[in-house]
Design a protein around this ligand. Structure first.
Ligand SMILES: [Zn+2]
Ligand SMILES: [Zn+2]
Length: 388
C-alpha cells in the first residue's frame, strides 16, 4: 500500500499550509496565528470536535470513525518555531525577523492537518482519533502542560504516536526502534566564586578561571570514568562567562551545560555525580561553587507493540527497504517523552533528505516527504482501529 491517492490529490494544499506556517513562525506558547489556523482548518474539514486552549495554546481535534466501538488513539504534532534568523533565501522564508521554523514543526503540523482532512472525509476506522497540536516543544514542555490540562482524560486517549523529520536520512524513509529512541535532556548552571584581584599578584587571589578550567576537564571524567561505558551519556559545558579585561582576576565564573542519557538511572547518576563534584572541586582550589540543576525532558521510550505497529504501517506506506526498525537512538531531546510515560505509543523519524541540520538557519522542511508522513498517519489509524 503506497502513498494514498486522495492524499496525493491534495498535496498542493498541504504544501501551501506548510509554507504559510513557515512564513509566520511563532514561539513557545505564543501561537495565536498558528493555533487559530489549525482550529479553523479542522472545522473546515468537518472534524467532530475542535477544542482550542488545551495546555494554554494547544488544539485538539476529535474525529469519530464509522464504527465507534474502538479505542481512542492520539496523533501528535508540534506547532512552535525557534528564535533563529532565517537564511534559507526561500520565497516562503520567515517574515518575522529572528523567528524561524528551523525544526520542521511547520511540516509536522501540515502533515497532521492533511491526515485530519482525509480521516474526516473517509472515516474508515472503528474508534476515535484525537489530533493533538502541541505548543512549546522547544524547551517549554508543552506536552507536559497539555497533560496537566487533562489532555488524556478529557479526550479519553489510550495510545499516542508522534513523528519527527530527520535531516540526513533519505527523504521519505522511516526509522524507529523499540525502547529508548531519544535522550533525556537536563540543563544546569554552575556559579564558581573565588577572590578577585590584580592579575599580576595571583597569590593574593583565588582564581575562579583556573577552577572553571579544571572543573570543565574534571567533569568529563564522570562520562569517561564513572559511567558504565555501555550506557550512553553526554555531559557538555556549553557556555563560560568570566572576567572583562586582561589584568584583573575576576571574582566569579558562570558555566552552563546539559546532560543527556538514554536511561533514567544513568540520568540520575550523572546528576548526582555532577552535583557532588562541583562544590568539592571548587573547594579543592580554595573557592566555592553552587550548582542549579534543572530536570528537563525524560528519555523518549517507545513501547514494544506500538513500535511494531508503527514500523509495519511505515512498511505498508513506503515499502520494506525504506524502513529501519532498529535505528540507533538520538541523543537529542523531545518532550513527547512525557506522553509516552503516560500512555503506550511510539515516536518515529521520517527522513528529510540531505537538508541542513535541525536548528540551523539554513534548514528547510522537505515538502516532498509530506505524502509519506500524511499517509503514515492515516494508515496508522486504519490499521490500529480496523473496521470489522
Ligand atoms: Zn527542535
Ligand atoms: Zn522538533
Amino acid at each position: 500500500m503506497p502513498i494514498i491517492n486522495r492524499i496525493a490529490e491534495f498535496h498542493d494544499d498541504v504544501v501551501a499550509w506548510r509554507r504559510d506556517f513557515h512564513l509566520h513562525p511563532e514561539l513557545q506558547y505564543d501561537l495565536p496565528r498558528t493555533s487559530g489556523k489549525v482550529a479553523e482548518l479542522l472545522r473546515e474539514f468537518g472534524v467532530d470536535e475542535v477544542t482550542p486552549g488545551v495546555g494554554r495554546s494547544g488544539v485538539v481535534g476529535i474525529i469519530r470513525g464509522r464504527g465507534t466501538a474502538g479505542r481512542t488513539v492520539g496523533l501528535r504534532a508540534d506547532m512552535d518555531a525557534l528564535p533563529i534568523r532565517e537564511r534559507t533565501g526561500k520565497p516562503y522564508a520567515s517574515t518575522t525577523d529572528g523567528k524561524m521554523h528551523a525544526c520542521g514543526h511547520d511540516g509536522h503540523t501540515a502533515m497532521l492537518l492533511g491526515a485530519a482532512r482525509y480521516l474526516a472525509e473517509t472515516r474508515n476506522f472503528d474508534g476515535t482519533v484525537a489530533l493533538i497540536f502541541q505548543p512549546a516543544e522547544e524547551g517549554g514542555a508543552g506536552a507536559r502542560t497539555m497533560l496537566e490540562d487533562g489532555l488524556l482524560e478529557r479526550f479519553g486517549i489510550e495510545e499516542v504516536y508522534g513523528l519527527h523529520n530527520m535531516p540526513g536520512m533519505p527523504a521519505g524513509t522511516f526509522a524507529i526502534r523499540e525502547g529508548a529512541i531519544m535522550a533525556s535532556s537536563d540543563k544546569f548552571s554552575i556559579d564558581i566564586e573565588g577572590v578577585g584581584g590584580h592579575a599580576a599578584r595571583p597569590h593574593m587571589s583565588v582564581d575562579p578561571v583556573i577552577i572553571a578550567a579544571n572543573m570543565i576537564m574534571a567533569l568529563q571524567s564522570i562520562v569517561s570514568r564513572n559511567r558504565d561505558p555501555l550506557l550512553p551519556a553526554v555531559l557538555s559545558i556549553t557556555s563560560i562567562h568570566a572576567g572583562s579585561t586582561f589584568n584583573v582576576t575576576p571574582r566569579e565564573v558562570k558555566l552552563l551545560g546539559t546532560i543527556r542519557a538514554l536511561d533514567e538511572d544513568v540520568r540520575r547518576f550523572m546528576q548526582e555525580r555532577l552535583c557532588e563534584m562541583v562544590p568539592k572541586l571548587a573547594e579543592g582550589f580554595g573557592g566555592s561553587a553552587t550548582i542549579d540543576y534543572e530536570v528537563g525532558y525524560p528519555v523518549v521510550v517507545n513501547h514494544g507493540n506500538e513500535t511494531q505497529l508503527a514500523a509495519q504501517v511505515a512498511r505498508d506506506v513506503v515499502g520494506d527497504t525504506l524502513v529501519d526498525p532498529q535505528t540507533p537512538p538520538s541523543m537529542g531531546g523531545e518532550d513527547f517523552a512525557f506522553m509516552l510515560n503516560k500512555r503506550p505509543g511510539a515516536f518515529i523519524f521520517l527522513g528529510n533528505g540531505s537538508s541542513s541540520e535541525l536548528h540551523t538557519d539554513t534548514y528547510d522542511f522537505n515538502d516532498s516527504i509530506i505524502p509519506a508522513g500524511t499517509s503514515f498517519w492515516v494508515r496508522l489509524i486504519e490499521t490500529a482501529l480496523p473496521l470489522r
